[in-house]
Each structure stands twice: as C-alpha cells, then as structure tokens.
Design a protein around this ligand. Structure first.
Ligand code: PMP
Length: 359
C-alpha cells in the first residue's frame, strides 16, 4: 500500500490513522456485529457516536454553551441560501465582504433571497489583498455581515476578524480547525466538511442561539437552523457515516494537541512553502503577505508551458492534485491539517529540483 501526498483542495487528504481506524471498524463496529453505515441513526450506538463527535468539536473549538452545533447536508453552498433564509425573517439586508469566488457565490445566492449589499470588495486590487477594516461600509439596515475567512481558490485569507455591530457570519469551509478561533465574536460559522473536518456530505453550522428566531417563514424545513437545533440534527436521516468519520478526525485532532498544536504546524508548513516560492523567480504567488492563505497556496510557473510537465512529474513523485483552479491557472497546494509537514518538505524538494532542470 502506498499513500501519496494529496494536495487536493477538497475532498482533501484525511489522516491515515483515521482511515485505518475506520477500516478496522468497518465490518464490525466495536463488536456490535454491523458497520456504522448500517446502523439506524436513532440507535443508541449511533446516537453515542453523534453526541461524542459534537462534544469533541465543542471542546476543540471551545464553543460556548449558548451556541448550537448543527450537522447538516447540502454543503457550504446550501448555507449560502441558508444564511439569508435564517437571518432575514425580521427584515434587513445581508451585508457581504467580497474577497473572492466563494464570497461572490454567497453574494449571488443572497441576491436571489432578499438582496445583498457589498460592504467592501477586494476587486480594486484584483483579489490580492483583503479590504482594510476602514473600508467596510455597512448598509443602514444591515442584518448581518458575511465574509469568507479563507478563499480556497484565490488563496486569500483574512488577517483580522471584522468588528461590527451586527452578527458576523463566516464561511470557514477551508480554515476551520486549522487554528484557534474566538467563537463568541461570531453569530454564525459554517464549514463544509471535506477539507479539515472529514469526508464530503456534511456541513457544520455553529450558531448563537438567539439568532435561531429570525428565519423567513418560507425557508424549507431542511434549511432551518432552529429545526436542526431542536432535533439534535436528526430531523431526517443525517449523513451518518460522514458524521462518524468526522468524529474520528476530531478524536485524532485532540490526540495531536488540538487546534493550538495544529496552528503551529500549519504556520510552519505555510511559511516554508511561501519561503521557497519567494526565494525563486521560477515560481510566484500574487497575494499580499499578510493575506496569504495558510491552507491553500496557489503559485504559477514563470513559464506556463511547463505546467503539464510539472504536474506529470509531480504525480510520479507521489505529489497529487497540484493543478490550480481553472479560474486562476497554475498550481495550488492545499495543505490542510492532515497534510504532514513531510509532504510539504517533499513538495519543496520537488519544486527546487524541477526548477534546476527546467529553469
Ligand atoms: N466555501 C468555500 C470557502 C469553499 O472552499 C467551498 C468548496 N470548495 C465552498 C464554500 C462550497 O462547499 P460545498 O462544495 O461543500 O458546497
């Protein structure tokens, strides 16, 4: 068996130890004689798995008691609609920070569902730096301010948490669990699972309980946060296996020393990789240093005609999925929690060697 270093932006690499445990428990979960996949979501065995996963996530992120943690489906994209549908029932307009493609998708969805006001945009600098706090201009009737903490495609990460009078709503799909966060500064945080949480199929929503009372009446039941909060996220059949695997990831994270320990390793991995890019004129990254993503590192080759040979050789070297998003081109190395530091070292060695041969 060979496991390569997988730099995919999502679904992303999972810790080998987690997959091994899932493999070990696959046919016969803890001598119960069946797989987790085959369990009723209402069974006491699955309820215990679900409750443990939630408790571990709460512990990892120090989620205060006045917040609900929801395990929903439909991905982060469904929450682009979920945010306005759950927060605009008492009127007002969704306010948005535009820092890239994922912000824009959230904005477009809100435009269909009550309107969106762009409070600041990074379009002026072609999405290479986050708007500064002083550029934020909320509308008079703002119901919330939404932003994307880490733009997975552009590789732009926020270097501050906006301070506003209205609830702060954050898409943390590609940065949750990579570092400590102060949940109490947020009204709502949501994140698709398939990067730092577990396999695809789950989106986690962390919502302050007082915000559960302002959903639009026409919101579909399966998008209503309150309905999920009131029913332990078991309004209908949840994504049971993805929930279980997410729980195994949380367990693994706790064994690694939690998000504080991950933050240190993540900072080291990112700084090595950006250091290697900056030290060469063969590779480049356009993002302002303060906003460079610690999770998704896009880079281009000075000679784009070498892109396909770079990708081919990388794959042979056991470095998978380095192709950049079609809208950006070039390469992108996604280095979430499960990417070992050795994977980043291996990538840097490969990049140096490739430059020597082709530079
Ligand atoms: N937001 C961000 C920041 C993302 O990176 C992604 C997926 N790459 C999404 C939203 C959409 O997530 P999903 O595919 O789970 O709907």
């Amino acid at each position: 068996m060979t496991r390569h270093f997988n730099f995919c932006s999502g679904p992303a690499m999972l810790p080998t130890a987690v997959l091994e445990r899932a493999q070990h428990e696959m046919l016969d979960y803890q001598s119960k004689g069946l797989s987790v996949m085959e369990m009723s979501h209402r069974s006491s065995d699955f309820m215990a798995i679900a409750e443990r996963a939630e408790a571990d996530l709460r512990e990892l992120l120090a989620v205060p008691d006045n917040y609900s943690v929801l395990f929903m489906q439909g991905g982060a994209t469904m929450q682009f609609a979920g945010v306005p549908l759950n927060l605009l029932g008492k009127g007002g307009t969704g306010n948005y920070l535009d820092t890239g493609i994922w912000s824009q998708k959230a904005i477009r969805e809100a435009e269909h569902l009550g309107g969106a006001h762009v409070a600041a945009s990074a379009s002026d600098n072609r999405y290479t730096a986050a708007p500064s706090p002083s550029e934020l201009s909320l509308s008079a009737n703002a119901a919330y301010l939404h932003y994307c903490e880490n733009e997975t495609i552009g590789g732009l990460q926020m270097d501050y948490t906006p301070e506003v009078e209205v609830p702060l709503v954050c898409d943390m799909s590609s940065s949750i669990l990579s570092k400590p966060i102060d949940i109490s500064r947020y009204g709502v945080i949501y994140a698709g699972a398939q990067k730092n949480i577990g396999p695809a199929g789950i989106v986690i929503v962390i919502v302050r309980n007082d915000l559960l009372e302002q959903a639009c009446p026409e919101a579909p039941t399966l998008l209503k946060w309150k309905a999920f909060a009131d029913n332990g996220s078991m309004l209908n059949t949840p994504a049971t296996y993805a929930w279980y695997l997410s729980g195994l990831v949380f367990d693994w994270l706790k064994a690694q020393g939690g998000v504080e320990a991950m933050a240190q390793v993540n900072a080291r991995k990112a700084s090595k990789l950006y250091g290697a890019i900056d030290a060469s004129s063969f590779y480049s990254n356009p993002i302002a240093p303060a906003n460079r993503s610690q999770m998704n590192v896009p880079f281009v080759l000075a000679d784009e005609s070498l892109n396909s040979v770079f990708l081919e050789k990388a794959e042979v070297a056991g470095l998978l999925n380095l192709k950049g998003h079609r809208s950006v081109g070039g390469m992108r190395a996604s280095i979430y929690n499960a990417m070992p530091e050795a994977g980043v070292d291996h990538l840097i060695d490969f990049m140096r060697d490739f430059e020597q041969r082709h530079g």
